[in-house]
Structure formats: structure tokens, C-alpha cells
Design a protein around this ligand. Sequence first.
Ligand SMILES: Nc1ncnc2c1ncn2[C@@H]1O[C@H](COP(=O)(O)OP(=O)(O)OP(=O)(O)O)[C@@H](O)[C@H]1O
Ligand SMILES: [Mg+2]
Length: 338
Amino acid sequence: MNIAIDLGSDRTRVFIENKGKVLDEASVITYDIDTNEIYAVGDEAYAMIGKTPLGIRAAHPMDSGVIAQSDLVEEMVDIMMRELCPVKISNPRVITAIPCALTEVEKRAVVNAVSSFGARKVYLIETPKAAALGCGADITSPHGVFIADIGAGTADIAVLSLGGISAGKCVRRAGSAMDEEIVKYIRKQYNLVIGTNMAESCKRTVGCVAKPQEVQTFRVKGRDAVSGLPRYADVTNEELEPVLAEIAGDIVTAIRDVLEQTPPELISDIYSDGIILTGGLAKLQGFAKLVSQSTKLRVRVHKYAPDCVIMGCGKAIGLMDTVGKDLPQGISPLLTAY
Ligand SMILES: Nc1ncnc2c1ncn2[C@@H]1O[C@H](COP(=O)(O)OP(=O)(O)OP(=O)(O)O)[C@@H](O)[C@H]1O
Ligand SMILES: [Mg+2]
């Protein structure tokens, strides 16, 4: 059986050949700090963040697109896969997406994590290539495709042509860093201490990075920093714009840098086709507008933006058997086997 896994900083998604996407859960694991006993993984563990008793931690073991705690990631993947496939799968082959800028050591950690449930062979594909395949783009043709996958931990930006990356950049601060900025802002502005899950809900509902057309509010609930008592504050999209501006600005600058590095013939393709945004953060209010204003290009957020990478990994399952074989001249291989 062939399986695709997208181990995201925020969400883990799994695709099984001939079945499609079968899992989409938070990349979170709850465990006992002393005994390492695991209490929950996925969405159940996410709901425990900031609510665990002393001695128990609910953690994101992936951080900024890389494996921060390898033993926890391996446990998390193993539990998720055993829940998905209670009968042991014999010798599965696994394909997984990785951010462009990973070192060999970081790649090896990903390979170990996704092989934890007994994979026979692991194939890696760079995130922008998977995202583009998931969008249905033909990335082996000589026509340039500009794609930016913006998630929780990374913004992976690339111009693809002939199966390879002609220009690219990876920013390791995205949606999760915005949540932290919201936590800091609410504390400073309202003297209110809130958790990151509350901040994430706030960002998803009223977070915005371009001047909004109408004012929207979101009620954040937390603990008064002085009295320690429960309190709330009503936060508007207008006031969040400057809070999120720096991180959004860094991503937009990286997009512009990639455009600057792109060879002129490919730029003309991008000028006609524009930029495709994928990943969960692409859905943030005003993001596409900000990128479009800054690049003067047409910007499209894919309808299923958060799922493009896993769907692309799923499509790439069909390419596993071509690895190591001769490709038409000039075309770079999309997958690397480990
Ligand atoms: N509608 C939305 N508006 C704003 N932000 C959103 C929305 N939907 C999801 N997000 C944010 O997108 C991020 C998750 O995106 P995604 O699932 O692509 O990340 P990931 O693949 O887990 O992370 P990465 O690829 O960076 O390792 C989170 O920060 C989440 O809060
Ligand atoms: Mg991702």
C-alpha cells in the first residue's frame, strides 16, 4: 500500500492510495512529562493545550516546518497510523512533503518519523512542488509556475519549471508566529492573558493584513493580568492589521525576492498566470490583496488551499516507480528516495 503524509507544523494529513485524504488532525501530542505516557494525539490533544494539569504537557512536536522533538513526532505518527489502519500494513511506501530549506539531518529526522510504523521506503518531495501538483499545475513543462504555500510554521515560496525549483525561498515564521503576536498584543493592550488556541481562533475569525472594508469584532476570553480574574475583550480586525503586519510583510518580501531571482523568460509566464497561494494562512483576510498590491500581479488563493500539499503528495504516489529511471532530457526528478 502507498501512503502520503504531510507532517505540518499545525496539521498532519494522510492520504491513502485509492482512498484519498483519510486524516486531517492537529499535529499535537499530550504526554506525561515524567513517564512519557501518551494521553492523546491530534485534535483531542489540541483541545487540551493550555488546560493540562501539572506534569502533563500538550505540545506541537513540529516547529517551523521541522521536527523539534523527534521521539514525540514518531509516537504521534505511529498512533495516528495505527488508528487509521488497525491491521498492520505490510511494507508500505510513504511519500512526504518537506520545506525547501531542510538540512540533511532535518530530512533524515522526517524520514525516521514517517517510517516509524514500518515504511519500506520513503520518498521526499519539496512542499512547493507538492502544492503545485495539488493545484493541478503541470510543473514538468517549461512553463513557469509561481507558488507560495503559507502554513503555520513556514512559507515555502518557489518558481517551478521543468520539474525543478528555478528560484525559491522559505520563511520560517508564519501562522503560529502570528498567534504568538496576538497573545502579546492582547496582554499589552488589554492586560489580558490569553492562550494560543484563543489567539488562533481570533486570527482565523478577524485576523487581517490589509485595510478591512468593514469592522468585525471577536471576543477573546482570558485572565486579567492584574486581578487574576476571568475577563474578556472585544478585538477588531482593524486593530489586528498592524499586529500581523511584520510577519505578513516578511512573507511578502520573500515573495518579491523570489520574483527578483526568477529568470526573465519565466517571469513572463508568471506575469500572465499570476501567483497561486496555498496553505491555511493563504485564507487569512487580506493576504492575497497584500501580495497582489506589493507585486502588481494577479494572486489566486486555491479553493482548497490547506489541502493542496497532501493532495499533491497523493498525486505524486503515481511517480514513485519512476524514481531512478531516466526522465526526458532537462526534466528534474520530483521525488528523492530514501
Ligand atoms: N481561514 C483561515 N484564516 C486565517 N488563518 C487560517 C485559516 N485557516 C487556517 N489558518 C491558519 O493556517 C495555519 C495552518 O495552515 P496549514 O494547515 O497549511 O499549516 P501546516 O501545513 O500544518 O504548517 P506548515 O506547512 O507551515 O508546517 C494555521 O496557522 C491556521 O491558524
Ligand atoms: Mg504545510
